[in-house]
Design a binder for this molecule. Structure first.
Ligand code: FEO
Length: 369
């Protein structure tokens, strides 16, 4: 698909993927890649290995027998580099551009494959005839090698994972979905992928602030046009660790219903205090969906019954996941029920405290309430 004159989208849609390294993707996703035709021809990013043949066909449909001169690899993670072996086989003369960390990652991951690599740093450019690319490394948004690339003539930012969303429904532009859906999918992606890297996101926002950007082409999901100001503003909000005051997520699992009753009681109590409350039952909701729903919550309460002297496995998985994503500036509470020992409440509290939450007194119930 030609998105603007001489710039083609050649990525693929993965509508079936439902778990993405532990992260639930109910709408599937896309692996976006782009071909920029100028005196020299440039490919921006690859796709996941299992889609390499389809990707190659997409490229050949545009290029025919013409060669690729340059490949900009914005990110090593295999969803964006997996097709490298096949593309390298068909276009062995293409020179790859990326960060030093990208070269190190590609050479380690694709051992035995010979390719020419040019390392770039902030402010470096690549002229392909009439068009000029400017490179913007964005280390730890979300890997050390991550980079965005700005096409100056067309005012397009190829942002790789930044500003992405896991949407594999065939929708192409932000204008083709509601603002609520778009913000929800961007927030879901931010909470599960980008959240630990707020400081680095702020640096990226600073680095691109001088660019006039008319189109953002991320490596997952829809391209952003009219929603650019809104989504950039949301990224800045999230990157600063800001939250919505009096917004509470009660996240729990229960063995025989007492912890559920406690969650419902807490919900009533905090609604009466004027809170916006979201009650999330981990026996029904995947932990990555819970992560998405707590993104802007000022208060996060976590409950578990005690099972075999431990918390329930669903709650343990959620806490392990949330701890790694490092939400900041939250108020927490541990709650739960037990029969005779009650370690789950202590263990939940310990993890929430370790996350740096300001803790409210725990609530425990023996047998029933
Ligand atoms: Fe979409 Fe970091 O890979």
């Amino acid at each position: 698909m030609e998105i603007t004159k001489n710039i083609h989208s050649v990525g693929v849609v993965d509508s079936d993927v439902r778990i993405f390294h532990g992260y639930q993707t109910p709408l599937g996703t896309t692996y976006n890649a782009y071909l920029v035709i100028d005196e020299k021809i440039t490919l921006i990013d690859y796709v996941k290995a299992s889609f390499a043949e389809e990707f190659l066909k997409n490229i050949k449909d545009v290029l025919g027998d013409r060669d690729i001169d340059y490949i900009i690899c914005n990110h090593v993670e295999p969803d964006h580099s997996g097709a490298l072996p096949l593309i390298n086989e068909h276009y062995p003369k293409a020179k790859i551009y990326g960060t030093a960390a990208c070269e190190k990652g590609l050479r380690a991951y694709y051992r035995g494959i010979d390719f020419e690599f040019c390392t770039v740093k902030l402010g470096d450019t690549l002229c392909t005839g009439e068009k000029t690319f400017s490179f913007v490394p964005m280390p730890m948004v979300h890997w050390p090698d991550s980079m965005a690339t700005y096409l100056t003539n067309d005012k397009i930012l190829f942002s790789n994972d930044a500003f992405g969303q896991h949407i594999g429904t065939g929708v192409v532009y932000d204008d083709d979905m509601t603002t609520e859906e778009l913000v929800e999918r961007c927030g879901n992606y931010y909470a599960n992928i980008v959240l630990p890297f707020g400081m680095q996101v702020k640096k990226l926002a600073g680095a691109i602030s001088d660019f006039k950007i008319e189109l953002i082409c991320p490596s997952h999901g829809v391209m952003l046009k009219s929603a650019i100001p809104l989504i950039v503003e949301k990224y800045i909000f999230w990157s600063e660790g800001r939250v919505v005051d009096k917004k509470l997520a009660i996240i729990y699992d229960s063995m025989w219903g007492t912890t559920t009753k406690m969650a419902k009681n807490l919900c009533r109590e905090y609604l009466e205090m004027g809170f916006d409350v979201d009650v999330i039952d981990l026996s029904l909701v995947h932990y990555s969906e819970a992560m998405s729903r707590l993104l802007e919550c000022s208060h996060i309460f976590v409950g578990s019954s005690t099972l075999n002297n431990c918390m329930l496995p669903t709650v343990s998985a959620f806490l392990c996941y949330m701890k790694g994503l490092k939400p900041k500036h939250r108020v927490g509470m541990a709650f739960g029920s037990y029969g005779w020992s009650g370690e789950s409440i202590r263990d939940v509290e310990e993890i929430l405290t370790g996350c740096g939450f300001e803790m409210l007194p725990q609530k425990k119930a023996q047998w029933n309430i």
